[in-house]
Design a protein around this ligand. Structure first.
Ligand SMILES: NC(=O)c1ccc[n+]([C@@H]2O[C@H](COP(=O)([O-])OP(=O)(O)OC[C@H]3O[C@@H](n4cnc5c(N)ncnc54)[C@H](OP(=O)(O)O)[C@@H]3O)[C@@H](O)[C@H]2O)c1
Length: 270
């Protein structure tokens, strides 16, 4: 890859690193790209396990900052801890939660928690890092993990897909606003990934291991890092997901939304 961002010995902050895509991105950054990583999530024991694994395999620096991104009052302290004694050059803002089910059954507290984690935290850290980088005239890369569901209203993931649509639109608009600054912004919009999110949400019922619509997490993480290093504005990984994104754009919503509903309805608890 020509002119790709060299991550060797750079500090990269990865949120949602205790499982799934974030864990795999942190792994590949630390072991294949020789980046220093700060890994964040709520489950400290998972982060400790990952640090031990990575250090055992020759990673340079792996630091842990535990954070609950559903709690906006903690954001300022979290950022201070992440930035303390380190110059963070890249943030992979990946942490996210979904809800699969009838929208009217979504508990108000769980809904608020989803909005905070999927939207408010990303906006807070993105804006804070961008302001600091501009003030110090130094480059920073902000890489937001959104979702293909942002491209289309997803019945039974209504609030989640809308939260990701917010994130995608905000991040791409900010990228344009900051075009002439040292801040680089990218959005990654994967389709289904083989992670524990499927179990947590109940989506596993509909998407069994090996389902064509599920991308292996290692492959997805590699494509995410490729997009980050290339400075891509918007990346939908994999030809199947790109075909779906194109269909969402070209086909009438009156056709696509009921079709999406019929695929996902099968996963609802009987
Ligand atoms: N899996 C898919 O099919 C899929 C498809 C498209 C997009 N995505 C997106 O990809 C990203 C990663 O998802 P994944 O599939 O890897 O899911 P995952 O395995 O469930 O991992 C989610 C990560 O986010 C962290 N997280 C959740 N709530 C948090 C909170 N309140 N505070 C701090 N960290 C929190 C979790 O850590 P703790 O629980 O330890 O806090 C975990 O590390 C998400 O943004 C998701 O929306 C996933």
């Amino acid at each position: 890859m020509q002119n790709a961002l060299d991550l060797k010995s750079r500090w990269v902050w990865v949120t949602g690193a205790s499982s799934g895509l974030g864990r795999e991105i942190a792994r590949q950054l630390a072991l294949e790209h020789r980046a220093h990583v700060v890994i964040s999530a709520r489950r400290r024991e998972r982060l400790e396990e990952l640090r031990a694994e990575l250090m055992g395999q020759g990673a340079t620096r792996v630091d842990i900052v535990c954070a609950d991104l559903s709690q906006p009052e903690t954001y300022e302290a979290t950022w201070k801890e992440v930035a303390q004694g380190r110059r963070i050059d890249v943030a992979v803002l990946n942490a996210g939660v979904t809800y699969f089910g009838l929208d009217l059954d979504l508990d108000p507290l769980a809904f608020q928690s989803m909005l905070n984690t999927n939207i408010a935290a990303n906006l807070y850290f993105g804006r804070t890092m961008a302001r600091e980088a501009i003030a110090q005239s130094r480059p920073v890369s902000l890489f937001f993990v959104s979702s293909l569901t942002a491209e289309n209203p997803f019945p039974y993931q209504a609030a989640y897909s809308a939260s990701k649509a917010f994130l995608t639109q905000w991040a791409l608009a900010l990228r344009q606003e900051l075009e002439k600054t040292p801040v680089s912004i990218g959005v990654f919009a994967p389709g289904g990934i083989e992670t524990e999110m499927l179990e947590k949400s109940g989506l596993r019922q509909q998407f069994q291991p090996g389902h064509l619509g599920l991308m292996p997490v290692r492959q997805c993480a590699k494509l995410a890092i490729d997009a980050l290093r290339a400075g891509e504005a918007y990346c939908v990984p994999g030809p199947l997901n790109r075909a779906a994104a194109l269909a969402f754009k070209l086909l009438p919503r009156g056709l696509v939304i009921p079709r999406t509903a019929s695929i996902y309805r099968g996963g609802l608890p009987k």
